[in-house]
Ligand binder design. Structure first.
Ligand SMILES: [Zn+2]
Length: 72
């Protein structure tokens, strides 16, 4: 893996980051209330990479809030 911004390969990684808190990480998707994430922060530029864990990634296709896009 490399940072999408600066191409560095070194990260600070936190697994099992919970969405339960004072802000909504996946707005408009009530079924994500117990979702967990892996977070990787680039050690060079600070860009934060969020990864939705497990079955929750599949659930995004059912959400009206998120639209699927392919970006070049
Ligand atoms: Zn970076």
């Amino acid at each position: 893996m490399e940072c999408v911004m600066c191409k560095s390969k070194t990260f600070y990684t936190a697994s099992e980051v919970g969405s339960r808190g004072h802000f909504d990480l996946l707005p408009g998707t009530g079924f994500f209330s117990h979702a967990h994430f892996t977070q990787r922060i680039c050690t060079e530029c600070g860009f934060v990479h969020w990864f939705v864990d497990g079955d929750n990634l599949e659930k995004l296709s059912q959400s009206d809030y998120y639209r699927r896009e392919t970006l070049e």
